[in-house]
Design a protein around this ligand. Structure first.
Ligand SMILES: [Zn+2]
Length: 132
């Protein structure tokens, strides 16, 4: 089964999220690997959705320390995650209700609309942890 689902137009009507907010619309499933490739250094990193929800189309570069590039989502490619990306360094998760207080308003708003947030994994480099 394809992990792609055409929900673009539906997002608009259902909860007011608009495609131009750069939500990656193929990411409503949990247990999905995704990669982000930096537009500046061309390096990538792997992420894993551990809850269901939506993830952003763009991310800061977490592939090269000191790079200030913008990384774009690979759109949840089919099959095994590309080996060159290594282990996932980001888990996308849905915070529990009692965890919500730690997030600023904008992030809480994002979460309440189905957005996932990042957390480190056992493979996350220290310099990336400092940016999460
Ligand atoms: Zn980069």
């Amino acid at each position: 089964m394809s992990n792609r689902r055409k929900i673009k137009g539906k997002i608009d009507r259902r909860d007011g999220l608009r495609p131009h907010l750069d939500i990656d619309e193929v990411s409503r499933f949990s247990g999905r690997y995704n990669g982000y490739i930096c537009d500046k250094c061309d390096k990538g990193f792997l992420t894993l959705d551990i809850d269901e929800g939506v993830t952003p189309m763009f991310s800061p570069c977490f592939a090269t320390e000191g790079c200030n590039g913008r990384a774009h989502s690979m759109g949840y490619p089919e099959g095994e995650p590309p080996a060159y990306l290594g282990e996932p360094i980001i888990h996308w998760y849905k915070p529990k209700q009692e965890e919500m207080v730690q997030f600023p308003f904008e992030i809480r708003h994002h979460i309440e609309r189905g957005g996932l947030v990042r957390k480190a994994t056992s493979a996350t480099p220290e310099w990336v942890k400092a940016l999460l």
